[in-house]
Design a protein. Structure first.
Length: 265
């Protein structure tokens, strides 16, 4: 069973909910344009994968999609957030044998400053907070985001727009809230996400348009690239103008990307 909760000032959730107590759940955040969810097929696939890999019962999408349609119909531009928890029950960490999932649907204002990022670019500082390796959770957008909270907290003293996050082997993984990819010799590469990190919906959609090689990436390899970009479902593709002291020409970066997109069109 599942219960759909529409987020509002009167919404409430039990203090015994497993999402609140253990982070036992997952979520996705999507762009809404003219009353439609962008890349919905990819977001739906993400929710299905998370449910399967975390041992949740199968999601019932008919009622969820109907509720989403009602909530976003009047929004020309907004953010849709779907949070799914295992609900209440179980003994300690052990999940209940039968779950009544809680699905929380929120429609939020779109961050207006994202509109200018394509032209201004973004600066990255290497975060002192590193990601732990956990292949069982790698790629999933679970409710356990304390590492990202620590990354954002450390970023307050780093004087950059966002943080470049590494794992404990000093391999590049992602930024605080976006995937990262680079162009070198007219080929695109992006960090492997099979041990940690989040497999972003927008990056998935980009792989349907362009050939992307997923591999182990060092900071030196990234700074030696011809162009570097970050991406997620809300900001789309944003050029990186600097990584610590290393700078990129974002006009040239955008030209390289446009050339590759045109070639594959």
């Amino acid at each position: 069973m599942q219960t759909i909760i529409t987020a509002s000032e009167t919404s409430s959730i039990s203090t015994r909910d497993r999402g609140l107590n253990y982070g036992d759940g997952f979520f996705t955040t999507a762009m809404v344009t003219d009353g439609q969810v962008e890349h919905w097929a990819y977001h739906k696939a993400r929710l299905i994968e998370c449910a399967q890999r975390l041992g949740f019962p199968a999601l019932e999408f008919n009622a969820l999609e109907s509720q989403i349609t009602q909530q976003i119909a009047s929004h020309p531009q907004a953010v849709l957030k779907i949070v799914i928890t295992r609900g209440e029950g179980g003994r300690g960490y052990a999940p209940p044998s039968e779950c009544n999932l809680n699905i929380i649907v929120s429609v939020l204002p779109y961050p207006d400053h994202y509109n200018s990022l394509t032209d201004s670019g973004i600066s990255l500082a290497i975060s002192p907070i590193k990601l732990a390796v956990q292949p069982h959770l790698a790629g999933l957008k679970t409710l356990n985001r304390l590492e990202q909270v620590l990354v954002k907290n450390a970023l307050q003293t780093q004087h950059s727009d966002d943080a470049l996050v590494l794992d404990y082997n000093n391999n590049v993984i992602e930024t605080s809230a976006a995937n990262i990819f680079a162009i070198k010799n007219h080929k695109i590469f992006s960090p492997r996400l099979d041990e940690c990190g989040i497999k972003g919906v927008f990056l998935q959609s980009l792989c349907d348009k362009l050939v992307v090689e997923f591999k182990t990436v060092s900071v030196d390899e990234l700074t030696q690239a011809d162009a570097v970009f970050i991406c997620n479902s809300l900001m789309k593709i944003v050029p990186v103008k600097s990584i610590d002291e290393h700078c990129f020409d974002i006009v040239h970066s955008q030209s390289l990307l446009n050339e590759l997109l045109a070639k594959e069109a």
